[in-house]
Write a protein that binds this ligand. Structure first.
Ligand SMILES: Nc1nc2c(c(=O)[nH]1)N=C([C@H](O)[C@@H](O)CO)CN2
Length: 117
C-alpha cells in the first residue's frame, strides 16, 4: 500500500477536560498518514481515483470544529474512524498535537494507528 500524508493540519477546536476549556477554542495540529493504492490514480492521472488530500483535510477540519470532546484520545479515535469510513482508507495513523496544553512543553499529544495496512 502507498501512503498519502498530511502534516501539521491546523484546526481550532473546543477540547479539554477542565471547565475553563469548555468555553474557549484551542489550536490542534493533525499529522495524518493514510494507506491507499495510488496506482489507479497515477496511471490515469484522474483525481476521482485518488485519495483527495484536500477533501480529507476539509472533512477533518469540519469535524474537529463542530465536535467538542474532553480528551484528545477521543478526538484522534473519532478522526481515524471518520477517515476510514468516508474515504475507504484501510489503515490510518493519526498523530494529534495540542501545543498549548503544557506551557513548559513545545507540544504534546497522542498517536494512534487503526485498521490494517
Ligand atoms: N491523556 C490525556 N491527558 C490529558 C488530557 C487529554 O486529553 N489526554 N487533557 C488534559 C487537559 O485538557 C489539558 O490539556 C489542559 O491543559 C490534561 N491531561
Amino acid at each position: 500500500m502507498d501512503i498519502i500524508f498530511i502534516k501539521q493540519l491546523e484546526v481550532i477546536s473546543s477540547i479539554g477536560v477542565y471547565d475553563w476549556e469548555k468555553s474557549v477554542q484551542q489550536k490542534l495540529y493533525f499529522d495524518l498518514e493514510m494507506a491507499f493504492d495510488n496506482k489507479p490514480a497515477a496511471s490515469s492521472d484522474d483525481i476521482k481515483l485518488a485519495l483527495n488530500y484536500f477533501s480529507v483535510s476539509e472533512a477533518v477540519t469540519k469535524f474537529a470544529q463542530t465536535h467538542q470532546f474532553e480528551l484528545i484520545e477521543t478526538m484522534a479515535e473519532s478522526v481515524a474512524a471518520l477517515i476510514m469510513a468516508e474515504f475507504a482508507v484501510p489503515w490510518v495513523k493519526v498523530r494529534l498535537h495540542k501545543p498549548g496544553a503544557l506551557p513548559k512543553a513545545q507540544s504534546l499529544g497522542v498517536q494512534i494507528e487503526r485498521g490494517v495496512r
